[in-house]
Ligand binder design. Structure first.
Ligand SMILES: Cc1ncc(COP(=O)(O)O)c(C=O)c1O
Length: 465
């Protein structure tokens, strides 16, 4: 069973504010780490004495925290063997569905208006498919042609043989990781990055290498040094509206990243989940235009609807063959009806892009206004697109704020979930995908939570997730 060392856990926990009983604060933090997936189910925690030493706390404090976690069902201690995290009843990633809780843990919007009509059209188009077997491991030809045309229109000529349809982009990331990585390989990821990609790369037993990104852009000097030092097998990037910062990589940066990857024989993977969510930036050539051997991941979750579960991989032909071979032990294709819906939606791309631009523009304006009013001291940059703001909430601790905000009815993800080993404790990702009214309410609730966190009475430990 995997164990977490006391040093690593100390970094993940960050400083404890010490405004209430310390054992309860420690339990709260540990529970937050389990709830948002940073401490996986079954991981062994350090012995009480060892953790107390690493955190500079008394053993009684750690013992009290562990006892509370056991009481809450979050920890199981086995005599002579240790204490193990027990997955909360609500797993990481599940929506907090209690009435009145505003979920800002996900950057996602309700279905765009053309979706319902496209579903009806797809149902009408299903007839001829019913006469076939329905097993399409690399995807329906109609959709693969539509995706290839989508790339051609963006300046990268693409053959349908370079496209594999997947069941969402997350599935595509997993397929790419299991096909291209061997245990122990280095995989470069931006820091911060999309947490589920980091989880997937770690599940493939890759060793992660950091490529620093801020809302102002990529630190390409640091990236060059990281490539030189590690020659990663794969580099996972989000050049167009990076999650969570909203930054986009400029053309010179794309060129530089492409040459770095070429020099170090690194497979460059561009996750374009949010590439078409442009608010004010304007189009840029995709990373694939600079790196012909690269892999591009795309999908319709953000542009149209997350419930659709359709994505795709654009890759060199030979790699599509390898991916198809690796796929069949996992699944045998994406549902045909959904693929037809996706093909219909791609024909209405302009409508989708315009609708999302409008909604996200309104959301960003509302969030920005509310932040300026309630948190004038926070530093943040309005991105040209994407779905979130990466705010600097110093001196507040993001983990502490997340716990306090939850008690005020707003579910957020703490900054360190987007980084390795406890980085970003003063950062908060604020998606602007909710309605303007909801965003204003959320920021007001976060402001109340901030005063709870910095001065108010200690709240009881997090019971409801
Ligand atoms: C960068 C990034 N990649 C992938 C995904 C998952 O996409 P899908 O819903 O298509 O699996 C998300 C969802 O939030 C994302 O932000």
């Amino acid at each position: 069973m995997v164990a977490v060392t006391s040093q690593r856990l100390g970094r993940m926990l960050g400083p404890l504010p010490g405004r209430g009983p310390l054992y309860a604060e420690l339990a709260e933090r540990l529970r937050l780490l389990a709830v948002d997936g940073r401490l996986p189910d079954g991981v062994r925690l350090p012995a009480e004495r060892e953790l107390a030493g690493a955190l500079g706390l008394s053993r009684t404090t750690v013992a009290g925290a562990y006892a509370l976690l056991r009481e809450l069902g979050c920890l199981k201690s086995v005599r002579g063997s240790g204490s193990y995290v027990v997955l909360p009843e609500r797993p990481a990633g599940a929506a907090p569905d209690e009435a009145g809780v505003l979920d800002l843990t996900k950057a996602a919007m309700p279905a765009a208006s053309p979706v319902a009509d496209c579903v009806r059209r797809a149902a009408d188009a299903l007839g001829p498919e019913l006469a076939r077997s329905g097993y399409e491991v690399i995807g329906l030809p109609r959709l693969r042609i539509a995706v290839a045309e989508h790339y051609a229109a963006r300046g990268v000529p693409t053959d349908p043989d370079q496209i594999m349809v997947t069941t969402g982009v997350q599935h595509a990331i997993a397929l790419v990781a299991r096909t291209l990585l061997s245990p122990g390989d280095r995989a470069a990821v931006e820091q911060p990055t999309y947490p589920h990609a980091m989880d997937t790369l770690q599940a493939a037993r890759a060793r992660l290498v950091a490529l620093p990104v801020t809302p102002a852009g990529w630190d390409l000097e640091a990236a060059a040094a990281a490539f030189r030092a590690t020659s990663p097998a794969l580099a996972y990037t989000m050049p167009d509206f990076h999650n969570p910062t909203g930054a986009s990589l400029d053309p010179a940066g794309r060129e530089r990243l492409a040459r770095l990857a070429e020099r170090h024989r690194t497979v460059l993977v561009a996750d374009e989940t949010t590439a078409l969510l442009d608010i004010s930036r304007g189009p840029l050539p995709p990373l694939a235009a600079f790196a012909p051997g690269s892999v591009t991941l795309g999908g319709l979750a953000k542009l149209a609807w997350g419930g659709l579960r359709v994505g795709w991989i654009r890759a060199p032909r030979a790699m599509v063959g390898r991916l198809a071979q690796a796929r069949t032990s996992l699944d045998l294709g994406t549902p045909v009806l959904e693929q037809l819906v996706a093909a219909e939606l791609l024909e209405r791309q302009d409508v989708l892009v315009a609708e999302r631009r409008h909604r996200l523009g309104e959301g960003l304006a509302a969030l920005g206004g509310a932040l300026a009013e309630r948190f004038p001291g926070w530093a943040w940059t309005a991105p040209g697109g994407g779905m979130s703001v990466w705010a600097d909430c110093a001196p507040l601790s993001s983990s502490q704020l997340v716990v306090a905000a939850r008690a005020r009815g707003v579910a957020l993800t703490a900054g360190p979930r987007f980084g390795m080993d406890g980085a970003f404790e003063h950062r908060l990702r604020l998606p602007f995908t909710a309605s303007p009214d909801e965003l204003r309410q959320a920021v007001a609730a976060i402001a109340d939570a901030a005063s709870d966190a910095s001065s108010g009475p200690a709240r009881p430990p997090l019971i409801a997730v």
